[in-house]
Design a binder for this molecule. Sequence first.
Ligand SMILES: CC(C)(COP(=O)(O)OP(=O)(O)OC[C@H]1O[C@@H](n2cnc3c(N)ncnc32)[C@H](O)[C@@H]1OP(=O)(O)O)[C@@H](O)C(=O)NCCC(=O)NCCS
Length: 189
Amino acid sequence: MRNQENNINVISYDDKYEDDFVRVYQSVYSEKPYCESFTEDDVKEVADQTDMYLLISEDDEAIGFVGGMPLSEFYKMHPEEELNLKAGVKNAVDAYYIAELGISREKQRRGLGKELFGKFISMAESKGYKAFVLCTADKNNKAQRLYENFGFQRCRDEKENVIYRKVTQLRTNGKEESDNRPYYVRSSQ
Ligand SMILES: CC(C)(COP(=O)(O)OP(=O)(O)OC[C@H]1O[C@@H](n2cnc3c(N)ncnc32)[C@H](O)[C@@H]1OP(=O)(O)O)[C@@H](O)C(=O)NCCC(=O)NCCS
């Protein structure tokens, strides 16, 4: 997975990139619309919780990340979301939950998010996953366009209402705040 021209590589997560990963993760989510604050330990825990994590590096420095877990694992960690998603995701057995995606601010808009996300989906498909679920901030137009270009659609219940996940997180202003994030799904094509 090597792009010779600008020394860009998509690689499996490795502890040797831990410092880069923590820095990029904290900086990416401190941006609008998230404005979220994570300690170093929080970020290290994130990598431990996911079963598949890819990084994108430039000149051997990690500048982006994507990670997730089988939807069944996500449901074990967040049982309330299994109930919440029941009307929108009928078959959770072959479904994968994409929990994170970020590209370092100064490296954005170069096609790297698309490249990393595409490789992640392909890798999960090669492991047999047929459907994908994720959620993103309601006002995150950049990410929503990216996901829609990959065939994701807002997840809706029987009455066509969008299903949201309520996320509560410490923000960069020092306060804990909640917001409602639409779920997106993509079934096998
Ligand atoms: C979302 C994110 C990962 C995109 O990464 P990126 O490397 O800049 O994206 P790419 O250059 O590969 O662009 C891929 C697509 O995203 C969309 N996009 C990216 N930046 C955009 C912008 N500023 N405005 C509108 N659409 C944008 C476009 O659809 C684009 O495809 P196109 O170039 O064919 O139009 C990046 O902006 C990011 O890390 N944001 C902060 C963290 C975040 O929001 N993560 C998603 C959490 S669910």
